[in-house]
Write a protein that binds this ligand. Structure first.
Ligand code: GDP
Ligand code: CA
Length: 321
């Protein structure tokens, strides 16, 4: 079975780890990762979501934190600070720096990001084919009002520095409108047997992937059933501040509202948590098959059960065609 998943960082990576636990050796997973979070720091190209996916699936992630490397040290950051060079608010450890140096060096030598990602994964062996959504530069920016003045900040500044404490007024995936899907992305979507939307951020992770021209249409037109899992449980994001960016696009932070935001033209099936069983009715009424199952990735077993439920729903949808 060929499984394709669109994914952001932590939510996507943890779900995909569970998915890997339930597939057979004949199955293959292609992950189309969000690159709208990418940022240039210290002259280096940093791809937070691709790295979270690669480290999590490759066994190098800092487990509790959810991002960055396990057993990390922070010498470079301290040295940069001694030179008065920031930003201090973005955590890049010594081991992590090596990834960004390799990536930046390869990009400077002319390799596209997709080839660089493949080279990095050669070391990490994530057990999935990891594709960036695009080789082109896309950066999500957020419009805010600060002391009465309009300001547009990089998504990382909004999320990591400002902790999404001010309201997001607009989410702008800069560069997306002229970006092209990376090699293999549209082909993987068209050839998929199942397309999954993990419980990633619907706006700044999956929404950004879908904003690359051609990807949304390819997913909507794909012969494979499309099944998503709600990142909203009990009316709030499980971790993080997804409600802030949902508000910016006028979507309520509920499991049902997120399904309707994706829409029946994209989604065939939608899983909500048992706490959100009341969402089943309105989502079903909108033409999306909906089921309530436990959706908290508390451990490997619970996460694997979510992946199994998603594949079962996809199987049911395929049978219904
Ligand atoms: P990011 O790029 O690191 O922010 O990660 P993603 O976009 O892939 O995922 C972030 C989303 O994951 C958040 O909106 C959370 O609500 C969701 N999430 C995290 N843990 C869980 C969980 O255990 N269950 C569910 N259903 N969603 C989760
Ligand atoms: Ca992200």
């Amino acid at each position: 079975m060929r499984i394709v998943a669109l994914a952001g960082g932590i939510g996507g990576a943890r779900f995909l780890r569970g998915l890997k636990d339930v597939i057979t050796p004949d199955d293959e997973i292609t992950v189309i990762g969000n690159t709208g979070d990418d940022i240039h720091l210290y002259g280096l190209k940093v791809c937070p979501d691709l790295d979270t996916l690669m480290y999590t699936l490759g066994g190098g992630i800092h487990e509790e934190q959810g991002w960055g490397r396990a057993e990390e040290t922070w010498s470079i950051k301290a040295e940069m600070k001694a030179y008065g060079v920031g930003p201090e608010w973005f955590g890049l450890g010594d081991k992590d720096f090596a990834t960004h140096i390799v990536r930046t060096q390869m990009l400077a030598a002319g390799y596209p990001l997709s080839a660089v990602t493949e080279a990095l994964c050669d070391r990490w062996q994530p057990g999935v084919r990891l594709l960036p959504m695009t080789d082109d530069r896309v950066e999500t920016h957020v419009r805010i009002t600060e002391q009465g003045a309009l300001r547009v900040v990089h998504f990382q500044e909004y999320w990591v520095k400002l902790h999404a404490a001010v309201d997001a007024e607009a989410i702008i995936p800069v560069g997306a409108e002229t970006a092209k899907p990376a090699p293999g992305v549209l082909e993987a979507i068209a050839a998929a047997d199942v397309i999954l939307l993990p419980p990633s951020n619907p706006v700044v992770s999956i929404g950004t992937v879908l904003a690359v021209p051609g990807i949304r249409a390819a997913v909507a037109a794909a012969p494979a059933p499309v099944v998503g899992l709600s990142p909203i449980v009990g009316g709030a994001p499980v971790r993080g501040m997804a409600d802030k960016v949902l508000a910016a696009v006028g979507v309520e932070a509920t499991a049902a509202a997120v399904a309707l935001h994706y829409g029946a033209e994209l989604l065939d099936g939608w899983l909500v948590d048992t706490a959100d069983a009341a969402a089943v009715e309105p989502v079903t009424a909108a033409g999306i098959t909906c089921r309530a199952v436990p959706l908290l990735m508390t451990d490997a077993e619970a996460t694997a059960a979510m992946a199994r439920a998603a594949l079962e729903l996809a199987e049911q949808e395929r049978g219904a065609r």
